[in-house]
Write a protein of this length. Structure first.
Length: 273
């Protein structure tokens, strides 16, 4: 039995601007129940020990009455939890690249109307076309392991980094006081910046600068998705580790024992005024 949700106050920054790491929050009962819904894929449930969904969403402060935008949900790992959690009093919008919707998420949304019938769809980034999220309509914008894609120029033939524009667009989606929650593969601060362009890992300092340049205020970090066994220097980047395991059977047991990547979990706030 999990304890009732304990509200998290926004962490103060030190004079040196260092990130403040918060203890893992406790999830409230409705959120804990959403993680346990029977409509979740068994394969996705098996990854909860790496992704800590209830604690992560509690850290971001997601409430059942929120209007939540999930950017690039892929196959819908978090959508499986957010959709039932928000179905009664909130709203979930899943946002896919224009012209490149995920077959996985579309199949999920189209198949199970009772669970996903209320989920709205939109496109991001809107610079590539499609229908974006209306400005000032979201209480929370969440994106899981995607900022590195924008930094790597994913979807662009020239591989140009469009992460700054992505953060500016996210800023416009949010209501004043709204929260941006980010989880991504963490690159050590002493690593070569160019590794962000090839490895799938990205630095906390890079994401903080992108967010703060767009107008966000840093509101804290959590180590709930950290993995100290990840040394961040694999032959195929982050995709060497589970669940991708791009090396196939080569050293498979080694990489399975390490587990999924070391991940940052960061929270930002759009100023209320």
């Amino acid at each position: 039995m999990r304890m009732p949700f304990i509200a998290l106050s926004i962490a103060c920054l030190s004079l040196a601007g260092a990130a403040v790491s918060m203890p893992p929050p406790q999830s409230e009962p409705l959120l804990a129940a959403a993680v346990e819904v029977p409509t979740r894929s068994p394969a996705n449930v098996a990854r909860d020990s790496y992704r800590h969904p209830a604690e992560t969403l509690a850290f971001f402060g997601v409430k059942p009455t929120d209007s939540v935008v999930e950017i690039w949900p892929g196959g819908g790992w978090y959508t499986e939890i957010l959709a039932p959690y928000l179905s009664a009093g909130g709203k979930l919008t899943v946002v896919s690249p224009p012209g490149r919707p995920s077959a996985g998420i579309n199949a999920k949304l189209d198949k199970d109307a009772p669970t996903y019938g209320k989920v709205a769809r939109a496109n991001f980034p809107s610079a590539l076309g499609g229908t974006g999220v209306a400005p000032g309509t979201a209480d929370k914008v969440l994106t899981f392991r995607n900022v590195h894609n924008w930094r790597m120029g994913y979807l662009r033939s020239d591989k140009m980094d469009y992460s700054a524009a992505a953060f500016r667009e996210i800023y416009t989606m949010l209501k004043p006081g709204g929260v941006l929650g980010i989880e991504d593969h963490r690159l050590p601060e002493n690593a070569d910046n160019e590794r962000e362009r090839t490895s799938g890992y990205i630095k906390v300092s890079t994401i903080r600068k992108l967010a703060e340049d767009a107008g966000f205020q840093f509101a804290g970090s959590s180590e709930v998705n950290a993995n100290p066994r990840d040394t961040h220097d694999w032959p195929e980047g982050v995709w060497t580790l589970p669940p991708s395991l791009q090396l196939g059977d080569k050293d498979r047991e080694k990489y399975v024992a390490i587990g999924e990547s070391d991940r940052m979990t960061l929270k930002f706030v759009k100023p209320a005024k």
